[in-house]
Design a protein around this ligand. Structure first.
Ligand SMILES: [Zn+2]
Length: 187
């Protein structure tokens, strides 16, 4: 009986510590959003080239930086960790049958899984005008980086509707562009 009580007490303390940590993580997240400064890190598994391109696309002048956000690559207290995984792995991990990339808020730091399969070969629904064909892959990657980091900034998906002009960067353009709207990576 005595032992059980001690055990229970330890569990209560552990639970309180966990709750406190969660609150601290939440407060840190809100602080980053308020300051518009997003510290992030790459998983060790991400290649130099992918790091370089992600950093470049993240700082796209018409992207979130145009709204005053700064993205800081750091090993100290990152808010986000960036991974690149093939579709197979992401689908298995998230029961995702739609072949998408994922921003996972269930952990701290937040995890972004860029879908490597789509990164290498942009899916068919991402349609660009014929004169932009050569730039299609780059456009898709810019969209993807802006979109997933947009989730980190607190933005969700808009509803799909027929609209003229450019797609909202938060629309799932891996699934839809034309005839609803034009592929777009600007915010
Ligand atoms: Zn999304």
């Amino acid at each position: 009986m005595m032992n059980l009580k001690i055990c229970h007490k330890k569990n209560v303390i552990l639970l309180k510590k966990m709750k406190l940590q969660k609150l601290k993580d939440q407060a840190y997240y809100l602080l980053c959003l308020k300051k518009k400064q997003i510290p992030y890190q790459f998983s060790e598994s991400v290649s130099k080239k992918k790091r370089f391109l992600t950093n470049k696309y993240l700082n796209e002048p018409t992207g979130w930086v145009s709204k005053g956000y700064t993205f800081i690559e750091t090993n100290e207290k990152p808010l986000v960790v960036v991974y690149f995984e093939p579709n197979k792995i992401i689908s298995k991990k998230y029961n995702d049958l739609e072949k998408l990339s994922v921003t996972d808020f269930s952990t701290f730091p937040i995890r972004i899984y860029f879908n490597k399969t789509n990164w290498l070969n942009p899916p068919k629904p991402f349609i660009v005008k014929s004169n932009l064909k050569k730039k299609r892959k780059e456009m898709y990657r810019k969209y993807l980086v802006q979109h997933e980091f947009g989730h980190v900034l607190g933005f969700g998906h808009p509803s799909l509707s027929l609209q003229s002009g450019k797609c909202d960067v938060m629309l799932q353009q891996t699934k839809w562009t034309e005839p609803y709207c034009e592929a777009n990576f600007s915010v």
